[in-house]
Ligand binder design. Structure first.
Ligand SMILES: [Zn+2]
Length: 265
């Protein structure tokens, strides 16, 4: 744990988490870049009494390129109670503002917003500050984000592009977005209300095959018999995340998540 002292008169404490998932390397690099950005840190020190970095959390996972920590997803710590996660829980307890850095396959950098009664506030914050976002329906209630939001903390997950590898271009792009977030994060005002923004569209494969987005932003499925099926699925420009990581999809597997930008339900 690395703690930077800031403005004693501020009631706010910022926590930046990285390396919860051992196959997500880019967040660890970005967290270190932020920590060493003297100009940014001195700005953050005005808004927070402490800035806490908890980095490379799942060391075992990072070494072995495995998402979990001994079969446990560290982003579900509120289901468990053992010493490795005490540090995370303690840091969370003293923090008011939490940014948990993650990465996802093939996506733009974005904040992942659970479609709960705090979603409107986070979406409006993202729109106001020109930050990519994706509103997600099928969230897990045991994530650090969800649990800390239930404790009325300001809490987001920031997703970077790419799992299992490190690309410096991706990290530099993500750094621009994350700097924007860090400079404005203390201004978020979370009000609970019924979620009014449209959540993500989930597109599933209707046949087995190699799925990809072609140069016309169409979704293509090439079957192993070399029959090509083309779908015009992207009515706006914003496809944010795809999964799983592989390119051969079986019928009914999720191919892509799309956030319809700025539309109300
Ligand atoms: Zn993750």
């Amino acid at each position: 744990m690395y703690v930077i002292n800031g403005n004693k008169n501020s009631p706010n404490t910022l926590l930046i988490l990285s390396g919860i998932h051992g196959n997500e390397y880019s967040p660890c690099i970005l967290s270190n870049k932020i920590c060493n950005n003297i100009e940014l840190i001195s700005e953050l020190k005005q808004h927070y009494n402490e800035i806490i970095f908890l980095s490379n959390i799942n060391k075992e996972g990072l070494i072995n390129n495995t998402r979990e920590f001994i079969n446990i997803d560290l982003n579900r710590i509120y289901q468990y109670d053992f010493s490795t996660i005490d540090n995370i829980k303690k840091a969370i307890e003293k923090s008011t503002h939490i940014i948990d850095l993650h990465s996802s396959p093939h996506c733009d950098n974005f904040i992942l917003i659970n479609n709960t009664n705090t979603a409107n506030s986070y979406v409006e914050y993202a729109i106001e500050n020109d930050i990519n976002y994706l509103i997600y329906d099928q969230y897990n209630e045991y994530t650090i984000k969800h649990q800390t939001q239930l404790q009325n903390k300001i809490s987001i997950t920031f997703e970077m592009n790419g799992i299992n590898f490190i690309s410096i271009d991706n990290i530099l792009n993500a750094e621009i977005q994350l700097n924007k977030i860090l400079k404005t994060f203390h201004t978020i005002n979370v009000v609970k209300s019924y979620p009014k923004y449209k959540s993500q569209t989930i597109i599933t494969a209707i046949e087995d095959g190699l799925h990809y987005i072609n140069e016309h932003k169409q979704l293509v499925c090439l079957t192993l018999d070399n029959i090509e099926h083309i779908y015009n699925i992207i009515v706006d420009k914003d496809f944010i995340a795809t999964y799983p990581i592989k390119s051969y999809y079986k019928k009914s597997e999720t191919i892509i998540l799309i956030q319809k930008y700025n539309q109300l339900i």
